[in-house]
Design a protein around this ligand. Structure first.
Ligand code: ADP
Ligand code: AMP
Length: 213
């Protein structure tokens, strides 16, 4: 199963990708998490990516595409994967398609989680993330069992530096200009599945499972 998550920043891609990965026993591949791990480890790629991420801009395709294609060539991705945060531009989608076609493979489904912009700001400013395992929470809508501690791995939760209101607004405008056209792209590819992302997280998950049947 090869699944792509689409939707605005804060729509719930990461939250649902973790559930989908568990359900199908496939890896959750988040380009945002890979960039953040590189920043934490002080790599050259991390230093380059940070400058863009801090401004709410996309990391250039030249840095992102190779990184993702190399990740999905690893042995654990042979049985499939859930891509969260990739592709974010048409050239990224085309590069992915080309690489998969060369291997005789294709994307099975692109799940678009639909949430209006007004709700995004509330979700992102209340988001808390685990820098260790990538799990995400919300202070009101999806709180961890113990305050500021990750349910999955016990690490202390943090607030992402790009979840400030000014940066969120920039990320939303980048989404509308560069990423939203992917909805039409995957519609034309015949693999688009759209779900209402305004319901509770477990209801959104059930809707996704229904759409993937
Ligand atoms: P994305 O990966 O699309 O940026 P996240 O999965 O990190 O989004 O979710 C953004 C924020 O919204 C997090 O704080 C998360 O806990 C919260 N959230 C996710 N799904 C829902 C939902 N269905 N209802 C309310 N809040 C949600
Ligand atoms: P995310 O964790 O998916 O919200 O991504 C956080 C940030 O990482 C984004 O705002 C971008 O700056 C960068 N990023 C993640 N994935 C991509 C991608 N596919 N293309 C370009 N930039 C990305």
């Amino acid at each position: 199963m090869k699944i792509i998550m689409l939707g605005a920043p804060g729509a719930g891609k990461g939250t649902q990708a973790i559930n989908i990965a568990k359900e199908y026993d496939i890896p959750h591949v988040s380009t945002g998490d890979i960039f953040r791990a590189n920043i934490k480890n002080g790599t050259e790629l991390g230093n380059q990516a940070k400058a863009y991420m801090d401004k709410g801009m996309l990391v250039p395709d030249e840095l992102t595409i190779g990184m993702l294609l190399s990740r999905i060539s690893e042995p654990d991705c042979e049985k499939g994967y859930v891509l969260d945060g990739f592709p974010r531009t048409i050239p990224q989608a085309e590069s992915l398609k080309k690489a998969l076609t060369e291997r005789g493979e294709a994307i099975d489904a692109a799940v678009d989680i639909e949430v209006p912009d007004e709700e995004i700001l509330v979700r992102m400013t209340g988001r808390r993330s685990c820098p260790q395992c990538g799990a995400t929470y919300h202070v009101s809508f999806n709180p961890p069992k113990a305050q500021d501690v990750c349910d999955r791995c016990g690490h202390a939760l943090t607030q992402r530096s790009d979840d400030k209101p000014e940066t969120v607004k920039e990320r939303l405008s980048v989404y509308h200009a560069q990423t939203k056209p992917l909805i039409e792209y995957y519609g034309n590819e015949g693999v688009l599945r759209q779900v209402d992302g305004t319901m509770k997280p477990d209801e959104v998950f059930s809707a996704i499972m229904e759409a993937l049947k």
